[in-house]
Design a binder for this molecule. Structure first.
Ligand code: AKG
Ligand code: FE2
Length: 392
């Protein structure tokens, strides 16, 4: 017990199911923005609300509850804690963090506990990125999808993370506080109430992009230089897709303009006729397909007349656009690919699958929207975000 007093921490294998990890990965890869440090990407719950994707908060709710219950039980602080922050955070090549405690800045003093859930796997999805505690057991953690580590945010749990060598290391990270003024739920419920009221009138579940700078990756994020890439385009590119803008636009248009234009999905020389409202919409569908490909029923899907061949003009337009939004293509592979030298391919691909995914994504989305409209009145009454079974 002495060690637990000196280093209060808990490691649990398989706390999340693989499907929960994959769902959160789908959310992150279709909604993330560039993060607070170079080579880091993040998806916060307030960002989901701000981009008209409030319903994507639903999958986090049971996981947050389970984490908080476990943490309170283990550290003996039932009914004392508030969730201060919930976010999906991914680290790519070059990022690391030296020895630190999580409350080591004056503006982080409210943090009492941390929970880090690993959503993908060391050596399969990325290399480097081992977690270490300075003293006590366990000394090192090899991140594996579904595992979680919980620890106090103070000096008793000084830790570090080795530099990422390649690939993208993804976590769901939460911090907890005893101070109710740092309760994330209260802030999110207030944002949700404003947003869903508006959303009901617009009656739409389609994502709205944030400002284009939030999706712009550059090597030196602090500098003014514009060499880099748009991360939404890049995430399509690394799965083997292109997009074609439906309307004619100038190649020297502002990237922020391009982000809000309707687009079509392209694979090789072929294009799906269906129009998507913007790049974030198509990115959600493509990542949904990646998550669900093996479960989609495609035998009955009819793709006649839905797929067309690209014209020379369209090919030129796509390449012209790419020179604006991916103006350092080598960099895209270095940041997002596990093996940048290998050819970029999506293991699962056929147009029937994509067409089935469009429909399945719509069903998934509308189920979540119904759930959030059902839950919000409970949340508002109790000023807390929790799961309610229908009929309660
Ligand atoms: O991702 C991890 O394993 C830990 C990250 C960390 O230490 C932090 O964000 O403070
Ligand atoms: Fe930390």
């Amino acid at each position: 017990m002495a060690d637990l007093d000196e280093h209060p921490r808990l490691f649990i294998s398989n706390f999340l199911s693989i499907d929960e990890c994959k769902e959160l990965e789908f959310i992150h890869k279709s909604c993330s923005t560039v993060g607070y440090r170079p080579n880091v990407f993040s998806t916060t719950l307030s960002h989901l609300i701000a981009t008209n994707s409030s319903h994507l908060i639903i999958p986090f709710i049971p996981i947050r509850e389970r984490l908080k219950d476990k943490l309170e039980e283990f550290f003996g602080c039932e009914y004392e804690l508030f969730i201060e922050f919930t976010g999906l955070i991914s680290w790519t090549k070059g990022s690391s963090i030296g020895w630190h405690s999580d409350d080591n800045r004056p503006y982080l003093k409210q943090r009492d506990y941390a929970a880090v859930c690993y959503l993908n796997c060391y050596e399969t999805d990325f290399s480097g990125g081992l977690f270490h505690f300075l003293d006590g057991e366990p000394t090192s953690i090899m991140p594996m999808a579904g595992d979680v580590v919980m620890y106090t945010a103070d000096q008793r749990n000084i830790h570090s993370v080795d530099e990422i060598i390649d690939g993208e290391r993804l976590t769901l990270t939460l911090w907890f506080s005893r101070d109710s003024s740092h309760d994330e739920d209260a802030k999110l419920i207030s944002l949700l109430s404003q947003n869903l009221l508006h959303d009901k009138m617009a009656d739409s579940s389609l994502p709205w992009p944030a400002s284009s700078s939030m999706y712009w990756f550059s090597v030196e994020q602090a500098s003014e230089q514009q060499l880099g890439f748009n991360i939404c385009w890049a995430r399509l590119q690394v799965l083997g897709y292109d997009i074609c803008l439906s309307q004619d636009v100038d190649c020297d248009s502002d990237v922020s303009e391009l982000l809000i234009k309707p687009v079509r999905l392209v694979r090789g020389n072929e294009m799906l006729e269906q129009e998507f409202v913007n790049i974030l919409h198509v990115l959600q569908v493509v990542h949904f397909y990646r998550w669900k490909a093996s479960t989609l029923q495609t035998r009955e899907v009819n793709i006649d007349k839905k797929i067309t061949k690209l014209s020379e003009m369209q090919k030129q337009k796509i390449n012209g656009l790419k020179s604006v939004v991916l103006n350092d293509a080598g960099l895209v592979a270095r940041v997002f690919c596990r093996f940048p030298s290998e050819e970029i391919v999506c293991i699962h691909f056929d147009w029937k699958g994509i067409v089935a995914a469009v429909k399945a994504w719509e069903d998934y989305t509308s189920t979540l929207i119904k759930q959030i409209h059902f839950l919000l009145p409970y949340w508002t009454t109790h000023q807390s975000m929790y799961n309610v079974q229908v009929g309660e």
